[in-house]
Design a protein around this ligand. Structure first.
Ligand SMILES: *Cc1c(COP(=O)(O)O)cnc(C)c1O
Length: 499
């Protein structure tokens, strides 16, 4: 006992001593205990453009923001009983390990070794200082970006695809079914499936199935099966096709098809690439690494920008920083950049809604455009979802984050400037984050301030060159959503007595 007490006093002294170095202390607090700070972060030389770390610095645990929230988010509800859903309600769709992660309150959840061994293929991902972009903008801001396009599938999606495949395999599942918008999630899960010997079936939103044949080819290389959605294979798909044989599809419809297949086949489970708590948590490897890399750069962000479709890459980058802030660290301004054509955070209603079009999922409280909202077919398929992750929505309500909406032409303009300066061609989705970061940098120039800006470059655009061709030829329209259609969709939101 006495020895223990002594030890903790020593520890307390150490903490007290470390206090004046506020930035480093915040970074230390944010790191999981186990990985802690045995190996000190080494400050990089001045002029360093690319901050890289060895595989030993891959986070040992995922960060769960639930542990640090001042108020917990409203629970998901069973659509029949309107009671909070329990683990058993979700068991037909997900393995128990993921269901438990969905409701976990622990601050850190250990990453299993087989998952880390696969993360080693591309993690830690590099953090860059965008010196050439800064110069082109003539800004006084420092701009950094965390690049997730180095993963084999080309985006952040494998960060969650791999653990999802792992936990399913561990519980004896042999088949996974999912939906994909732009094709990034489908290819990430196809890759993870082949690593863990799982058969993967993907319903791809019809418009991107037509626009992006190479994404389908990539899924097939990994051994997955890819079907255009709406399809004739499910009740949900057939119902849509009966009304509109040329339907462009939507993520909401594709989710309905995938959920139906999982719910009606015992050997098959469903995997979701965004929105859910456990998915957001798996992505926090991004932000945890970024905290260490910013320390290497001798910097800490004043502003963080991420693009939001369902919210997972945004959460992955920002939650570890927001968590550090909630535990007494430095305050950061966090901006979600979303498409003006599908503006759930800026124009949606914060209400209980279904996650899919056919109303098979639980009701979750989120910023939503209504589950029947059909966004126009713009070129950032990964951002065409009617809702936003409940956790991201909750943080917006708590005013811990803000949101901005951008039109597609201005986003491509930002992406092309980025490619011409920094060399990387961003995914159309990531262009929203590039645009948001550029806007923040230009604001700083006008205001005569010099903030440190960090943004998430969540994927490359090598499979999206048709979009860049269309942009170059002036063919992209800045479609806004149809105001009347949005109102009609919002009028159909489920009515709950409690709200
Ligand atoms: C899927 C995807 C998105 C949108 O999903 P989030 O869950 O919001 O991250 C954004 N960018 C890229 C590159 C994607 O693959």
């Amino acid at each position: 006992m006495a020895r223990k007490a002594k030890k903790s006093t020593a520890k307390a002294k150490k903490v007290a001593k470390a206090k004046p170095k506020k930035k480093v202390a915040a970074a230390k607090r944010a790191a999981p205990k186990k990985s802690s700070t045995k190996i000190a972060v080494v400050r990089a030389a001045a002029g360093t453009r690319k901050f890289t770390m060895g595989e030993e610095r891959i986070p040992k645990a995922w960060y769960n923001i639930m542990a640090d929230l001042p108020v917990p988010p409203p629970p998901p509800l069973h659509p029949g009983t309107l009671q909070p859903v329990g683990p058993d309600d979700l068991a037909p769709l997900f393995p128990m390990a993921l269901i438990m992660q969905e409701v976990a309150r622990d601050r850190y959840i250990d990453i299993p070794k087989p998952v880390t061994d696969i993360y080693r293929m591309w993690r830690p991902t590099p953090l860059y200082r965008a010196t050439a972009l800064e110069k082109a903008l003539g800004t006084t801001a420092k701009i950094f970006y965390k690049y997730e396009g180095v993963s084999p599938a080309g985006s952040h999606k494998p960060n969650t695809a791999v653990p999802q495949a792992f936990y399913n395999r561990q519980e004896g599942i042999t088949k996974l079914v999912t939906e994909t918008g732009a094709g990034q999630w489908g290819s990430a899960l196809a890759m993870a499936g082949t690593f863990f010997d799982l058969h993967v079936k993907v319903f791809q939103v019809a418009v991107s199935f037509r626009q992006k044949p190479y994404r389908k080819a990539l899924m097939e290389v990994y051994g997955a099966e890819c079907v255009s959605s709406p399809s004739g294979e499910t009740n949900a798909g057939r119902a849509i096709l009966a009304k509109d044989p040329d339907s462009n599809g939507s993520l909401g419809i594709a989710i309905s098809e995938a959920v139906e297949v999982a719910a009606t086949n015992a050997d098959t489970k469903y995997a979701l690439g965004s929105v859910l708590n456990h998915v957001l948590m798996h992505q926090t490897v991004i932000g945890q690494e970024a905290i260490e890399q910013m320390t290497m750069a001798g910097a800490y962000p004043d502003i963080i920008v991420g693009c939001t479709g369902g919210g997972s890459n945004f959460a992955g980058l920002t939650f570890p920083f927001i968590g550090a802030q909630l535990r007494g660290g430095k305050k950061v301004r966090v901006i979600a950049a979303e498409p003006a054509a599908c503006p759930s955070l800026t124009r949606g209603k914060y209400a209980y809604d279904f996650g899919d079009t056919a109303h098979m999922t639980p009701l979750v409280k989120m910023h939503t455009l209504g589950s029947t909202f059909m966004p126009p077919g713009f070129h950032a398929g990964g951002l065409r979802y009617h809702g936003m992750a409940p956790l991201v929505s909750h943080l917006k309500e708590l005013k811990l984050i803000e949101a901005e909406a951008y039109k597609q032409n201005e986003c491509f303009e930002a992406g092309v400037l980025f490619a011409k300066t920094e060399g990387i061609v961003p995914a159309p989705e990531a262009n929203h984050a590039v645009k948001g970061a550029i806007e923040a940098a230009l604001r700083a120039k006008r205001d005569g301030t010099s903030p440190t800006i960090l943004f998430g470059l969540c994927g490359h655009g090598h499979f999206d060159m048709q979009a860049y061709i269309d942009y170059g030829e002036g063919l992209l329209e800045d479609k806004s959503y149809d105001e009347a259609a949005l109102q009609a969709s919002l009028d159909e939101l489920p009515r709950l007595a409690a709200e």
